[in-house]
Ligand binder design. Structure first.
Ligand code: KG4
Ligand code: ZN
Length: 345
């Protein structure tokens, strides 16, 4: 099989994104264009993503973004090998806009359509950016998901752990909201924490020490709420200290869970080469968490990999790449492929 060029469309939440990637026959990837339009301003006054507004905003700009992505890649529709669209999990209105557009383009151009699982796209991004191939252990941390996965192969994922309540990105977003910081909460909390004292508040390290590798963040968020209520009104220093203390608790809890998963997966990964540990998803953009996970990886003899910051949060390149990987395996979908608001890996 030769090289392929795939167009990827991402509309599962509040970013409208389109990209073109190339996948060479040797499995190496290259991004030809990657355009992301955040709808952040449209949702800001509501303090969260409003599904109907998101769907309409995707409708307004998607056609134009497809044109821009092709123009930046300096190719036309006829050069494409396939068209991929995120088809779940996510907000159904946005998914319908993206998937229907992708199918229409596939029908008009006669190219195969690829219905992509957004989580699978996050999970495979390091193949595009770092050339990391399965099998590997991975931590997927986004606004809606927190999972430890054994990526056995493209299309073969074994879920080792998940959150029993909030996703990690959700915990960041809720913590930001309760401290009056702007959305998206993750980057706001990370920035505020830079000048804060991580030892000032003694917050719980959820699940630490437990045998199973699952996650929990709801209690931590509530502990921040109680700590904040005790000292209100909050000064800028209080907010910084709360953010830093929250982040320290998050990192220790996650590191403990990852150590647990590393122990149980050591035997499932090949012994004759480095065992990769991969972190991806929006929260993987967090530098403090990345540093903590580099340390854990070193302790257990894993090599640490994470996509560059801009490819941790939602983007079209990851969708296009997952499409190219599936296409290489002959896994194209028909136009009847459904959108699936819930679609576990
Ligand atoms: O993967 P993503 O862009 O969208 C989903 O699929 O959910 O992840 C978005 C989540 C949000 O909760 C956002 O607050 C969080 O990722 N996030 C961060 C950072 N950047 C984004 N969390 C912590 N630190 C960051 N630097
Ligand atoms: Zn995502």
């Amino acid at each position: 099989q030769g090289s392929s060029l795939v167009l990827g469309i991402e509309t599962s939440c509040d970013e409208t994104a389109v990209a073109v990637v190339e996948r060479r026959a040797d499995g190496q990837g290259r991004i030809l264009s990657n355009v992301v339009l955040s709808q952040f301003d449209k949702h800001a006054i509501y303090g969260g993503v409003v599904p109907e507004i998101a769907a309409r905003a995707h409708t307004d700009c998607l056609d134009r973004l497809v044109q821009v992505a092709l123009a930046e890649a300096k190719i036309g529709f006829s050069d494409l090998s396939g068209i991929a669209a995120a088809s779940g999990p996510g907000l159904i209105g946005g998914l319908i806009v993206g998937a229907t557009t992708g199918k229409a383009l596939a029908l008009a151009t006669g190219k195969p359509f690829l219905a992509i699982n957004h989580l699978e796209a996050h999970a495979l991004t390091v193949g595009l950016t770092d050339g990391v191939r399965p099998p590997y252990l991975m931590l997927l941390v986004s606004g809606g998901h927190t999972q430890l996965l054994l990526v056995e192969d493209v299309g073969r994922y074994r879920r080792l752990a998940t959150t029993i309540d909030d996703a990690l990105g959700e915990a960041y977003d809720k913590t930001a909201k309760l401290l009056g910081l702007p959305m998206p909460g993750g980057p706001s909390v990370e920035k505020a924490a830079l000048s804060g004292n991580p030892k000032r508040f003694d917050l719980p390290r959820p699940m630490a020490g437990r045998e199973d590798p699952h996650f929990s963040f709801a209690g931590l968020k509530t502990a921040v709420r109680h700590a904040a209520a005790k000292i209100a009104p909050l000064s800028a220093t209080d907010v910084a200290d709360l953010c830093a203390s929250f982040q320290a608790a998050v990192c220790e809890s996650v590191a403990d869970r990852v150590r647990r998963a590393m122990r149980v997966t050591l035997s499932s990964l090949p012994e004759d080469r480095p065992k990769p540990f991969v972190v991806a998803g929006g929260v993987a953009a967090n530098k403090v968490l990345r540093t903590a996970l580099v340390g854990v990886s070193e302790d257990f003899g894993f090599t640490f990999h994470a996509p560059p910051l801009g490819l941790c949060t939602d983007n079209g390149a990851m969708i296009a790449w997952a499409g190219a990987e599936r296409l290489a395996l002959g896994l194209a979908d028909g136009l009847q492929a459904p959108v699936r608001p819930r679609w576990p890996l």
